[in-house]
Design a protein around this ligand. Structure first.
Ligand code: LLP
Length: 461
């Protein structure tokens, strides 16, 4: 896998990775979807000029590059030959995207009843759905089993009991996996690391809980235990975490073989593959990832004398993240003097933490560019902020923007496809923006902008 510059080092007011651009109008292609380009300063995605698009749908808007999404999905499918690739719908899901996932030959990972309903609405084959969650209700489990969901990922002893009793009582087969925590400290933000011990997901391998969960599930009637599942976290660039996790998970697989006389046929390595939000990130290609992960698993299996199980992965961000950008209109511009005679230009846009919570929640970095015109002004150090009543309402912490940026300008933020719309909120009664798919010069609203009527639909007055 590739790298991420060490965060946190600053020169004065901006991080060291942020270089003053030679041309403040230029796109950095690595951060954008494949069809994004600029002509005379006008951003075009999927052959659609962004100013034309927003003339129809207004701002803020998420612009989804369909060809790019499909291409990334195919790249994972083709690179991970022999694997099942589950697109992690939590990153972004709507009915049409669920169809694309199925059309491109991927399976789908859902983690709630709502996501499952979207998948069914798109007529995704239930056998190709994986169902996650640390607190699925008995009703949700019943529904999943009745539908014939391909695999339910079991996350607690309470769930072992629930699933066993539903399967026994209904006589229907529950196909399940056991989510384990390998005790790996993934190098990512604490809130999105999931394989260390002190958090809510999975069964610990080291405490013996994971083995015990497997033992109980193997003994339960009508429960078909397919294998172990290990997801170590998100926005990860370094394969050492996967390597340590694979070793521990396969050690457990060997113990299950030795003590329970069962070699579980499948293994899921989870998702979490990092993408480039800014120039400091240098992600791997699916092909390189596939080679690395396969080599790791094959090596560890050899060591334990195990057959290589049927493998699967669950990328979300690495498929949809770079496929979308968010377009905003600049409302106010304020230059704020900082210590040392320098200043920062605060550019307020018509969205903010309600359409992208990641900056506030994970201290995430993004980039931005002027989307509707070219500028001959020199670059100034800018910060793109939202319109919410909160100082932490920041979209892009650090970016060089043209010095003449002004109210009415359009700006676009790339890499917002994953966990942008899916974690959007109605904070301050904001209306969540639309998702507009673009392809071959055509645009299509997949998710419409919310209206006041949507807000009032639940406020009974
Ligand atoms: N599989 C499992 C079991 C997961 O929990 C997740 C993400 C994925 C796959 C997909 O991970 P991805 O490939 O998208 O990184 N909201 C956070 C990320 C939380 C991810 C939760 N689980 C963010 O915006 O960074």
């Amino acid at each position: 896998m590739s790298g991420h510059a060490s965060p946190g080092s600053f020169t004065g007011t901006s991080p060291v990775w942020l270089k003053t651009p030679d041309d403040v109008n230029a796109l950095v292609p690595e951060l954008w979807s494949a069809t994004a380009e600029k002509t005379d300063g006008v951003l075009t995605v999927g052959g659609v000029a962004v100013p034309d698009l927003v003339a129809n749908v207004n701002t803020p808007a998420y612009v989804l590059d369909e060809a790019d999404f499909r291409e990334r999905a195919r790249a994972f499918r083709d690179a991970f030959t022999g694997y099942d690739v589950y697109y992690a719908g939590k990153a972004f899901l709507c009915t049409e995207v669920a169809r694309w996932v199925q059309q491109e030959g991927l399976s789908l990972d859902v983690c709630s009843d709502g996501e499952l309903s979207v998948a069914l609405r798109a007529e995704v084959d239930p056998a190709r759905i994986g169902y996650h969650g640390n607190n699925k209700t008995p009703m949700e489990l019943r529904r999943a089993i009745a539908l014939g969901v391909g695999r339910i990922i079991i996350d607690s002893f309470d769930e072992v009991e629930r699933i066993a009793s539903i399967a026994a009582e209904t006589g229907m087969t529950a196909r399940v996996m056991v989510r384990v925590t390998a005790g790996v400290e993934a190098h990512t933000h604490e809130y999105i690391a999931t394989a260390h011990e002190d958090q809510k997901f999975g069964f610990s391998i080291s405490s013996g809980d994971a083995f015990e969960a497997v033992r109980r599930l193997l003994a339960a009637p009508n429960v078909d235990l397919r294998g172990l599942h290990s997801h170590i976290g998100s926005q990860i660039f370094d394969s050492s975490g996967f390597e340590v996790a694979a070793r521990r998970v396969l050690a457990l697989q060997a113990r299950i073989r030795d003590e329970l006389s069962t070699e579980l046929p499948e293994l899921d390595l989870g998702g979490g593959f990092g993408i480039a939000y800014t120039t400091q990130d240098d992600p791997s290609t699916p092909k390189a990832l596939a080679e690395e992960l396969t080599a790791i698993v094959e090596h560890e299996c050899r060591g334990f004398g195990l057959a290589v199980p049927h493998l699967s992965i669950e990328p979300g961000r690495a498929i949809v993240g770079p496929s979308m950008c968010t377009v905003y209109t600049v409302g106010t511009v304020k230059e704020v003097a900082l210590d040392g005679g320098v200043s920062r230009t605060y550019v307020s846009v018509d969205g903010g933490m309600s359409d992208n919570i990641r900056t506030a929640l994970y201290d995430a970095d993004y980039s931005a560019t002027l989307a509707g015109r070219t500028s001959s002004a020199g670059p100034v150090l800018g910060r793109v902020v939202g319109k919410h009543c909160e100082a932490g309402d920041i979209v892009v912490k650090h970016e060089f923007l043209p010095g003449d940026i002004a109210p009415g300008d359009l700006i676009a933020v790339p890499g917002t496809g994953a966990y942008g719309r899916s974690m959007a909120s109605n904070y301050n009664h904001a209306l969540r923006p639309p998702v507009v798919a673009v392809r071959d010069g055509e645009s299509r609203v997949l998710v419409r902008r919310e209206t006041e009527a949507d807000l009032f639909a639940t406020d009974l007055g």
